[in-house]
Design a protein around this ligand. Structure first.
Ligand code: KIV
Ligand code: NA
Length: 264
């Protein structure tokens, strides 16, 4: 695998070659996932739940994110390293630039933030100053208390239209990648076709340009509720690297996600 850049991800969309992203929070897993062929590694603020044992991502700090970003960056050489800006760390453009700089200096190649059109100025400022941005729409877990739980988004027509509009506005503002979480497959398909930039889905069906999973879900390291859209790839494989290789190739061939992992 050659070095994965934002330009390479865009080319992959144009070539219809599927992008496999997975979360990692440390050097060991990040190295194994890169060796397994993952194109992008996300240091997700999901670490609040899977590492810190919290019930949401709201308690995660920029310092937490920087620490894990540094660990992952040390373990990777080729994959694109994307780090989440955590809750309230990008509530205005200045704060976003300050905190994005911390994550970029820790080794991120791109930062991800959750939300729609209100982020326009923030995205413009970040990209102008050299920080590539990944958007995140649909179920945005930092807003769990506004949603009233971790729920499928975009089921109603007005909600779907809002997500579509937001996707267009974010692209116009300069995002170079978009994560769509927990939305009906037909909506994800429409947005994927609407945008020039690659769209990465989780619980968004098979039609997006790529997929992302939380590593614990992909390896069956689940302790409580197991979301419908995940799959334990370790169950059919002998070790972690083989499991993630299977994930990457199942994403590439379209074997994952299947209808049983999607909302229609
Ligand atoms: O924090 C995270 O792991 C994420 C992915 C689920 C997209 O944002
Ligand atoms: Na996240």
């Amino acid at each position: 695998m050659s070095k994965i850049t934002t330009a390479r991800l865009l080319a992959m969309k144009q070539e219809r070659s599927k992008i496999a992203m997975i979360t990692a929070y440390d050097a060991t897993f990040a190295t194994l996932f890169e060796q397994a062929g993952a194109h992008a590694i996300l240091i997700g603020d999901s670490l609040g739940m899977v590492l810190q044992g919290e019930e949401s991502t709201l308690g995660v700090s920029v310092a937490d994110m920087a620490y894990h970003t540094r660990c992952v960056a040390k373990g990777t050489d080729k994959a694109l390293v994307v780090a989440d800006l955590p809750f309230m760390s990008y509530s205005n453009p200045e704060l976003a630039c300050h905190n994005a700089a911390i994550l970029m200096r820790a080794g991120a190649h791109m930062v991800k933030l959750e939300g729609g059109a209100w982020l326009t100025d923030t995205i413009t400022q970040l990209t102008r100053q050299g920080v590539p941005v990944c958007g995140h729409l649909g179920l945005t877990p930092q807003s769990v208390h506004v949603f009233g739980g971790f729920k499928l988004q975009g089921r109603q027509q007005d909600q779907a239209a809002q997500i579509k509009d937001d996707a267009k506005v974010l692209e116009a503002a300069g995002i170079q990648l978009l994560v769509l979480e927990c939305v009906p497959s037909p909506l994800a398909k429409e947005i994927t076709e609407l945008l020039t930039i690659p769209v990465i889905g989780i619980g968004a069906g098979p039609h997006t340009d790529g997929q992302v999973l939380v590593m614990q879900d992909a390896l069956g390291l689940t302790t409580g509720y197991v979301p419908k859209f995940t799959k334990n790839f370790l169950a059919e494989q002998g070790n972690v690297k083989a499991a993630i290789s299977a994930y990457v190739s199942d994403v590439a061939t379209g074997r994952f996600p299947g209808p049983e992992h999607s909302f229609n």
